[in-house]
Design a protein around this ligand. Sequence first.
Ligand SMILES: Nc1ncnc2c1ncn2[C@@H]1O[C@H](COP(=O)(O)OP(=O)(O)OP(=O)(O)O)[C@@H](O)[C@H]1O
Ligand SMILES: [Mg+2]
Length: 512
Amino acid sequence: MDTLVEFRHITKRFPGIVANNDISLSIQKGEILAILGENGAGKSTLMSMLFGMQIPDEGDILIRGKKEHISSPLVANDLNIGMVHQHFMLVENQSITENIIMGIEPKKRYFGLFPYVDIQSSKEKVRELSKQYQLEVDPESIIEDIPVSTRQRVEILKMLYRNAEILIFDEPTAVLTPQEIESLLGIIKNLRDSGKTIILITHKLDEIKKIADRCAILCKGKMVGVFDVASTTTQEMSALMVGREVSLTLSSTEHKRGTEVLRVEGLSVETNEHIRKVDKVSFTLHRGEVLSIAGVAGNGQVEIADAIAGLLPVKEGAIFLAGKDISGCTVRERIESGVAYIPEDRQSVGLILDFPLRENLCLKQYYQDPYSNSRGVLQKQEMESLAKQLISTYDIRSGSGVNTLARSMSGGNQQKAIIAREINLQADLLIFVQPTRGLDVGAIETIHKKIDELRAQGKAILLISLELDEIMELADSILVLYNGKVQTIKQASEMTKLEVGEYMMGVHVEKA
Ligand SMILES: Nc1ncnc2c1ncn2[C@@H]1O[C@H](COP(=O)(O)OP(=O)(O)OP(=O)(O)O)[C@@H](O)[C@H]1O
Ligand SMILES: [Mg+2]
């Protein structure tokens, strides 16, 4: 096989941290190479250098045997390198076609004089590509109206439109449902079979097993090695990246169901566009209980969580916290009465990206004693000591400790920061939406243990997850939501994973 990309002794430093330390790696034409490593190991950094978003401090990158200075994504484009980022980069109020052609718009002239963008022919080309690679999209849709999985197809089409031969995917499945994941893996395989070279960053070992040819493992900025996927077990992979054995089967601590914490009665919720997403949902949640809401993405789970946290108004019905109706309360009143919330979207709802970790970890308490004094002046010292404590307890890794801007942190470490802040509120009710999305196997193990501990302490936990395995692992009771309606609520022990899956697809319809 031919070597298409070669990293030679690459080093990249950020303030306070060596993100990539003397990394050498060759990528062969026509392979799927997976990159695996803990949160903050340096995976995104390494690939952002191949895509021209970062410049190495030391070392060389060779493309097709030739040393290249990839100083910007435009240079990368010219070298036929494309990337789908961990957090998508699309313009919300423009159409799919406009997003795809951005920066390389085909220009024509009326009467040979007046320049204009030839959107019509671009649309055709997008349509053709979408057919050729089975990436179904409507070239005219506006980005803000389309779901995550379609946005991702747009990102892929954007690369193909630019004739990319080397395609980099940074955690592409973290935002997808199990069905969408299957379909994406199929698409990636097709791309490889049609001659493209694929680099796939992922935390999901079973995905690597399914489609990758080789797997490069990073640990704390260093290259551990490159392994043949067929002859390496997933246990070996996780031990190599984390440096210890990881077990994802929890031995749950003994816990008793206590008094009622949350009661939701006949709750209906509409989106800001008046689309009904939750339809007369009722359930109760007790101390010492994990209630999980299962469902295919977009069936109303997130809207239930948003309504409880006060981010969406209650259209009908009521929400009681410890017996008190909170349906009309402000977000702050709810936080103060004991609601902690780990939202789905960590970047726009969970964090303020341009604030340092010190302030992000104190976002819900900054106005209270001891973080503000009686005259409302922030007490930096106090905030700092809280942040230090959370950083060490939750192993939040970053370059500059409490002063690190959230924006510069790795995706998984941003997630860990939100979880730390919310658990620290000591709330009676904790709402976890996709808590382990984007986390490495070691961090997932830690968070699962933490949820188990919180339950044993008598907290009430509402867990919303797209990962059925996670639900089966943690839940005491499971509510399955389909089209905004409750399909069933049962003890977790009364349902198999298969049955939950069937309810999720609307196969089983419970008779009233
Ligand atoms: N622009 C930046 N400025 C400062 N530090 C950065 C920047 N980008 C990355 N880092 C730091 O470099 C380290 C490696 O980050 P990187 O994003 O490459 O990790 P990762 O392996 O992709 O992790 P994850 O699995 O969580 O996405 C992290 O400690 C991060 O805080
Ligand atoms: Mg990353």
